[in-house]
Design a protein around this ligand. Structure first.
Ligand SMILES: [Mg+2]
Length: 230
């Protein structure tokens, strides 16, 4: 009898796992977005290339600014902190405001930039860990785009670096729109941004904040969190 109960429990457990879909964010989880961004920002700020119109004006203000809060070269930590403050709607310093206004200029309409972003440390381990937990068919991508060029590049990046097919890829801003599409499943999102975790949970999903961003330690932490849920 004991044996039957154990087998039944295993069966139930497996059944639950099969009904779970894991959605993986890209930037900050599978993709080292920040390193790529920091690189182009530092090149633009220290270089002598002049850009027309608003991009040139914004960059000029950055180059001219020498207040005490100026951090240069810009670091990954600086950008992570800026993004966190932005999401929390915290007060920004003058230097942070200047960088915030400029940060998307070099990567807008820039397919090559998005395609060539480095894979995050731990990305492969995280994907494989998710596959082991819920099965390959239940591992999806959920990534918010910046513009059309980023959408195309994200799809091509996935084809280049992962085995997750287009049919299981959602590139959309409204992450909360996903759980209602899978009413018979438990949806789990692994994302580095608290605002997306919140949107996903408000829509009935479960969110895990991937931290530290784009690192092997972050992958280990997210897999541990998944282990506690599944
Ligand atoms: Mg992200």
């Amino acid at each position: 009898m004991k044996k039957i109960m154990e087998t039944w429990r295993d069966y139930m457990k497996e059944g639950e796992s099969l009904n779970t879909i894991i959605f993986l964010d890209m930037d900050g989880v599978l993709v080292d977005f920040t390193s790529g961004l920091v690189n182009v920002l530092n090149i633009d700020i220290s270089g002598d290339v002049e850009y027309p119109r608003s991009r040139g004006k914004k960059l000029g203000k950055i180059r001219e600014y020498h207040g005490p809060d100026r951090v240069f070269p810009i670091t990954n930590e600086f950008m992570h902190n800026l993004l966190r403050k932005k999401d929390e709607e915290a007060e920004l310093t003058q230097w942070e405001k200047l960088i915030k206004r400029y940060q998307f200029s070099p990567i807008t309409g820039n397919y090559e930039h998005w395609l060539n972003l480095p894979k995050a440390d731990g990305a492969d381990i995280l994907i494989q860990g998710c596959i082991d937990l819920v099965g390959e068919q239940n591992v999806y991508i959920l990534s918010a785009p910046v513009d059309d060029a980023s959408i195309e590049a994200k799809k091509d990046w996935l084809a280049k670096h992962t085995s997750i097919p287009l049919e299981r890829t959602f590139i959309r801003q409204d992450k909360g729109s996903i759980p209602p599409l899978f009413p018979d499943h438990r949806c789990i999102l692994i994302d580095d941004r608290v605002k997306y975790k919140s949107a996903f949970e408000q829509a009935g999903g479960v969110g895990i904040v991937h931290s530290p961003k784009a690192t092997a330690a972050g992958a280990a932490n997210s897999l541990a969190s998944l282990g506690n849920i599944l």
